[in-house]
Design a protein around this ligand. Structure first.
Ligand SMILES: N[C@@H](CCC(=O)N[C@@H](CS)C(=O)NCC(=O)O)C(=O)O
Length: 236
């Protein structure tokens, strides 16, 4: 029986891991933390040198010295292969293996950095006409167009099977828009895929446990959800 504790900073990309655990029906204890007022509180920072969430604590194999693991992508792979019998990953001999790898990594390696660059540029410029903001914005929508095409042509990111690639990616279109607003009206493929993902009972169960105040329907609409109050108004 796994002995897992998931340290979850509320309203964050950490939501990926409870969702994954619910999909895999792996029991876990949830430890919730609130932003203080934007970043991690001291109790969460103390868990891992990066001080960010998610952090997985696994006492299954060595209860007196549990494993502490950060990085949502690493945690997802660890959980799938150590406790999930490889479910929700595609194996190397699967015809869509490369698609699975590509889209699993796309969220944290391409999409998330594009969103963060735009958020940083928004703060740095005097006006949204500034070429720095225009360029970072265009790069973000280039990534979203690419994503939209993929989920318009396939039910799930890796093809016809729902996988951890989908779990890794949803936050980049829902909760993240409470930090950096962008509209999805021109991306019907993304909107339909978000509906498919967020209608899954495991997603609903995870959000109900880790972020019960989050309005799921608001997060999957074309127009961005309400900005996180503790951020204050966007400068631009
Ligand atoms: N690449 C990391 C990013 C982790 C991360 O930055 N988490 C944010 C939540 S969205 C966080 O903990 N922020 C609070 C802080 O850094 O103090 C991952 O995928 O887990």
């Amino acid at each position: 029986m796994p002995s897992l504790t998931l340290h979850h900073l509320q309203i964050s990309q950490s939501e990926r891991i409870p969702w994954l655990l619910e999909e895999l029906s792996i029991p876990y204890t949830l430890q919730l933390y609130q932003r203080d007022p934007i970043f991690s509180p001291p109790s969460l920072k103390a868990l891992h040198p990066m001080g960010a969430s998610p952090v997985l604590e696994d006492a299954t194999f060595n209860p007196s010295n549990p494993l502490i693991l950060a990085e949502s992508g690493a945690i997802a792979e660890y959980v799938i292969h150590k406790h999930g019998d490889g479910l929700l990953a595609l194996p190397p001999n699967h015809p869509n293996y490369a698609d699975y790898l590509y889209w699993f990594h796309f969220s944290n390696s391409a999409l998330q950095p594009a969103i963060l660059r735009r958020m940083t540029a928004r703060r740095a410029v005097q006006s949204l006409e500034d070429p720095t903001f225009v360029m970072t914005s265009e790069r973000l929508f280039q990534a979203i167009r690419h994503f939209d095409q993929r989920v318009s042509e396939n039910t799930w990111l890796a093809g016809e099977e729902f996988t951890a690639a989908d779990v890794m990616s949803v936050w980049c279109f829902t909760t993240v828009r409470k930090f950096e607003a962008f509209d999805l009206a021109e991306y019907p493929g993304v909107l339909a895929w978000l509906r498919r993902c967020t209608d899954r009972p495991a997603y609903r169960a995870a959000i109900g446990k880790c972020d019960p105040e989050l309005d799921i329907e608001e997060g999957i609409r074309a127009e961005p959800p309400r900005r996180l109050a503790s951020l204050g108004p966007a400068r631009n």
